[in-house]
Ligand binder design. Structure first.
Ligand code: B1M
Length: 215
């Protein structure tokens, strides 16, 4: 198989052996971010489709996720970085009940590499932990990720909790994850939330929105 097809297959098949060799070859030809966005994420998309249609079982999805994570960790040092973390601070978490963190961690990498300080709380974070960290770390923005449909409901509850604590206008909120839609966030949730809430389709839109929040 040609290199790009081979790399994509590695993600789909969860095949780690020889991954680094292929990634080195890829790095000689394209920037690290392009390899992630155009090749590896394409593989994850296929995994999602196969799993969703019942053609792939969960343990294999897990293996694919591991290959994806290993590849991203290997490529990360090769990405362009802006110095410092002085542009602003975001507390980032996958919401309660949700373990998906590949997208959240990509957001972490993109923001960290572009001058933001990211306090990454990890997965399955209850709203209390997110808000406590935001206060403790004097965050400028709160970022929540979630891929399950039920996480979209959790996010709504989290925004309501911020309303009832009277802190909605203190922390603008950035939301992302495959189950969300722009309309749900920027119409339905924006109607409920007393502060500013925005939807990021991908990590780069997350970066643009952070820049806008901090402007
Ligand atoms: Co799960 N899973 N999974 N899974 N999984 C999905 C989400 C699913 C759509 C698959 C499917 O059915 N087609 C489906 C959800 C269906 C639904 O809710 N209606 C699903 C399911 C059902 C489940 C379980 C319930 C399965 C089970 O146990 N029976 C279970 C859930 C456990 C739980 O959370 N409590 C489960 C478990 C897992 C694994 C552990 C095996 C693994 C996750 C490993 C890990 O993350 N460490 C996994 C995976 C890998 C997936 C799919 C296949 C791929 C997700 C992924 O990593 N994509 C996924 C299919 C899909 O998404 N279509 C699926 C790549 C990643 C880069 O994309 O996270 O969307 P994403 O991030 C993007 C953007 O969304 C955005 O930027 C990123 C790209 O630049 N973004 C943000 C994300 N967060 C952001 C935050 C921001 C800004 C942008 O600012 C704050």
């Amino acid at each position: 198989l040609p290199l790009w097809e081979r790399l994509k297959r590695r993600v789909v098949d969860g095949e780690r052996k020889g991954l680094e060799t292929d990634l080195d070859e890829a790095l000689a030809q394209r920037p690290a971010l392009e390899i992630i966005n155009d090749v590896l994420l394409d593989g994850m998309k296929t995994v999602g489709e196969l799993f969703g249609s019942g053609q792939m079982q969960l343990p294999f999805v897990l293996q694919s996720a591991e290959v994806m994570k290993t590849a991203v960790a290997y490529l990360e040092p090769h990405m362009e970085k802006l110095d410092g973390g002085g542009k602003g601070r975001i507390v980032l978490a996958t919401v309660k009940g949700d373990v998906h963190d590949i997208g959240k961690n990509l957001v972490d990498i993109i923001l960290s590499n572009n001058g933001y300080e990211v306090v990454n709380l990890g997965i399955k974070q209850p709203v209390t932990a997110i808000l406590e960290a935001a206060e403790d770390k004097s965050a400028d923005v709160i970022g929540m990720s979630g891929l399950l449909v039920k996480s979209t409901v959790v996010m709504k509850e989290n925004l309501e909790e911020m309303n009832s604590r009277g802190i909605s206008t203190r922390f603008p909120v950035l939301l992302g994850g495959a189950a969300l839609t722009r309309a749900y966030v920027e119409q339905d949730l924006a109607d409920v939330f007393q502060g500013e809430v925005r939807y990021a389709r991908d990590a780069f839109e997350g970066l643009r929105l952070m820049d806008a929040f901090m402007a």
